[in-house]
Design a protein around this ligand. Structure first.
Ligand code: SF4
Length: 357
């Protein structure tokens, strides 16, 4: 695991009392923004609730993997406390990730807790969809509104090859259930790996257009267990070109500068496609993201080599102000960007399933 760094200063904070009300706006203390040395304001916290998963995607984790013991995972109360402290520092967007977050039981309880945190105005979840059909209603009722479902192919054979498991019908049933539950727009995230994506880009684009899902292709990154090969990256330009030729003309959609996705709309109004092009169009300059791992480490970048141990503070009786200081410190220490296009790039020890998307 990455090197853990120390904490220092104190800071008064305000906390919520009425869990029933969802998305209560809140006034933040002046100067509470999490600004790094490059002037990037951090408002988006990705929270991994487990490193466990019910798939074994080849670009993410090894087949044989040792998962964290339950006692090392943050409890829902600990996660909610970190979110509350982060909200006091200007974070207003939370995304729940894993591993596969839905393998953690009663996840809707955590959703309800986070939805009640003052200042959190946007709560999302990224899932592989295998368990979604049975959970969509409870998650929606608990206050979840944004859903990203990871799906790289509609071909059962390639699904098995990529994930080392079966389950495509369950994922498609999960997407249908999420739509019925009221989620929207539902995003479908597909990692484009050379050798697979060429066969899947157009069928996925047609499927998502037909069902009203927003498709996003993610360029293959060096964050998995497998040795990364640059020539397995399918560049964003190629993905967009394939869709433009076979499905429909695309026009830039503009959108949130801090969003990792470059979005395009079909010129005929038939929907939206995005590309998350961290290899060929790095977007670190506008990054607003922080991460909390399932075992309570704060990471200021997906590719960080260092991390700060919030769990140690949470379990040592430390005050919220110490947690706030730790988060500030992590932001202050943030580098300019991932650097994996540089010769001296060092891949983090943790693989994707132990960090969260
Ligand atoms: S690689 Fe790191 S700095 Fe770049 S966008 Fe991702 S999290 Fe932000």
């Amino acid at each position: 695991m990455g090197k853990t760094t120390a904490v220092s200063a104190r800071h008064p904070l305000r906390l919520a009392s009425d869990p029933a009300s969802v998305f209560r706006p809140e006034v933040r203390a002046p100067g509470s923004a999490l600004v790094d040395t490059f002037g990037r304001v951090h408002t988006n916290l990705r929270v991994s609730v487990t490193d466990r998963c019910n798939l074994r995607c080849t670009y993410c984790m090894p087949e044989d993997v040792a998962f964290l013991p339950r006692a090392e995972l943050l409890t829902f109360e600990e996660i909610a406390r970190v979110v509350r402290v982060a909200a006091g520092l200007g974070v207003d967007k939370v995304r729940l990730t894993g591993g596969e977050p839905l393998v953690r039981r009663e996840l809707h309880t955590l959703v309800r807790m986070i939805a009640a945190v003052p200042g959190i105005t946007d709560l999302g979840l990224t899932t592989n969809g295998l368990l979604l059909a049975g959970r969509a209603d409870a998650l929606f009722a608990a206050g979840l509104r944004r859903l990203n479902v990871s799906l790289d192919t509609l071909d059962p054979g390639r699904f098995r090859e990529l994930t080392r498991r079966d389950g495509l019908p369950a994922v498609l049933a999960g997407l249908a259930a999420a739509k019925r539950a009221g989620f929207g727009p539902i995003k479908v995230n597909a990692v484009a790996v050379r050798g697979f994506a060429e066969h899947d880009i157009v069928p996925l684009a047609r499927y998502c257009r037909e069902h009203g899902f927003e498709l996003r292709f993610i360029e293959y990154m060096p964050i998995g267990a497998d040795p990364w090969e640059r020539d397995k990256v399918v560049p964003a330009d190629e993905i967009l070109d394939r869709i433009g030729r076979a499905v429909g003309d695309l026009v830039p959609a503009g959108g949130d500068a801090a969003s990792p996705s470059a979005d395009y709309d079909y010129a005929d109004g038939g929907g939206r496609v995005g590309v998350i092009a961290s290899v060929t169009r790095p977007f670190c300059g506008a990054c607003n993201r922080l991460r909390l791992t399932a075992d309570g480490k704060v990471r200021n970048c997906l590719f960080a080599l260092d991390e700060a141990d919030a769990r140690a503070l949470l379990r040592s009786g430390a005050a919220d102000a110490d947690l706030a200081a730790l988060i500030r410190e992590a932001v202050r220490a943030k580098w300019a960007g991932h650097g994996f296009n540089a010769a001296d790039f060092v891949k983090p020890d943790r693989t994707m399933h132990a960090i969260g998307g």
